[in-house]
Design a binder for this molecule. Structure first.
Ligand SMILES: *Cc1c(COP(=O)(O)O)cnc(C)c1O
Length: 385
């Protein structure tokens, strides 16, 4: 593990000294590396990182420092970002729809593992060297995630049997993969997928080398998500049960759960209207808060005054608008902020490392957001009303 010296102790410490008028994302390298180690200790297989959740150079560098050297990439630009952070990184190219030019770029970059979910896409991989792994991605109609990735990608089990046979005939290392959907709060989803993977391999008559159980591990947004270890346990038991002593090597590729907890977003209150029932922030759904529109509100919010004090008081449900002139720039209604909140305060959204900075746009001139490194993401501010 790398020694991480942060300039600032915590967000409140930075906010009161600099009173930034732009949104700030606070990164705790310590929290990020601890999360990576938690996956590496608990998962029982190869832990990789899905770059799309947050492709910032600091994130990749801290993951490399914590021993993550294999990355799930979806595009040539992500491959380049990974190789810049770690020249020997192993690349898993798991976007199953690729242009011919993207495939050529992946071969050039030495991609070690490719996923496919359709015969035509497998045809397109004809120039991939046979020693590369090809993982057949399948989908089941299981629920439990915030939104269903199976809508877009994934062969049916019948199609997966055929694809797996073809991959094996072509001389590639055969594997299976799935993704239960992002923010999957039901460990039973992995159980269903793993049992189906064993049936697919058996029907195809193929011994798969590896089984990739996807991302989808839930971040702590509302307190409802199971601990990672509960999901690791469910995976472990399902693999034992379904594959017996001849189990494939496991791979996971968390995005959200790897990086969410290591960032806190500070967005400033520009104005309060309608007696405080409406709040205008300097960040919104075109910036770092896109994911809240799709996932629903987080309960993990604090308000800090410009002097660094934590606002307390009676929680009031608000309508939150972002800074752009677009009326769609509005969070799902009902975010609760203390009744003592005032213009100039900072709303701290905790657990915001995933799908925040990665999805932000510069719409209406509001793209800027600093990333500031802190030792800890909580604590040390005085509580006042
Ligand atoms: C997005 C994605 C992931 C990461 O998903 P999370 O829900 O963020 O963990 C992993 N694998 C693939 C193939 C993906 O597309």
């Amino acid at each position: 593990m790398q020694n991480h010296s942060a300039l600032w102790r915590n967000p409140a410490n930075h906010l009161c000294r600099t009173t930034p008028d732009q949104p700030v994302l606070y990164l705790s390298p310590r929290v990020l590396q601890d999360t990576a180690l938690r996956f590496r200790r608990g998962f029982g297989g190869l832990v990789t990182y899905a770059v799309k959740a947050n492709d910032r150079a600091e994130v990749l560098a801290n993951l490399v420092a914590a021993g993550i050297t294999t990355f799930d990439v979806a595009s040539p630009a992500e491959m380049a970002a990974v190789r810049a952070a770690c020249p020997q990184a192993v690349l898993h190219y798991n976007n199953p729809v690729r242009s011919v030019a993207e495939i050529a770029a992946g071969i050039e970059m030495g991609v070690a593992s490719w996923s496919v979910d359709e015969a035509g896409e497998l045809d397109k991989l004809a120039d991939v060297p046979p020693e590369a792994e090809i993982a057949v991605r399948f989908a089941l109609p299981v629920k439990g995630a915030a939104y269903d990735f199976g809508d877009k990608f994934g062969a049916t089990p019948d199609q997966a049997v055929e694809l797996l046979r073809r991959v094996t005939r072509l001389g590639h290392v055969p594997a299976l993969c799935f993704h239960p959907g992002t923010q999957c709060e039901d460990a039973g989803a992995w159980d269903s997928y793993i049992r189906e993977a064993a049936r697919i391999a058996e029907r195809a008559g193929v011994r798969i080398a590896r089984l990739n159980v996807g991302g989808g591990f839930a971040a702590n947004r509302t307190g409802a998500a199971p601990d990672l270890e509960v999901v690791f346990d469910a995976i472990h038991w399902a693999v034992r049960d379904a594959f017996g002593t001849d189990a494939p090597q496991l791979i996971c590729e968390p995005g959200r759960a790897m990086v969410a907890e290591s960032f806190t977003l500070a967005a400033r209150i520009k104005a309060l209207r309608a007696g405080g029932r409406t709040v205008f922030l300097n960040d919104g759904i075109y910036g770092r808060l896109t994911d809240l529109r799709d996932m629903g509100l987080t309960r993990r919010v604090d308000v800090v005054c410009p002097a660094g004090c934590l606002r307390s008081g009676h929680a009031v449900s608000r309508v939150i608008y972002g800074p752009t002139c677009d009326s769609l720039d509005r969070l799902p209604d009902g975010l609760e902020l203390p009744d003592t909140s005032a213009a100039g305060d900072y709303v701290l959204f905790h657990g915001m490392g995933a799908y925040s900075v990665a999805m932000g746009t510069a719409f209406n001139g509001y793209g800027a957001c600093d990333v500031v490194t802190v030792d800890l993401l909580s604590g040390h501010h005085a509580t006042v009303s």
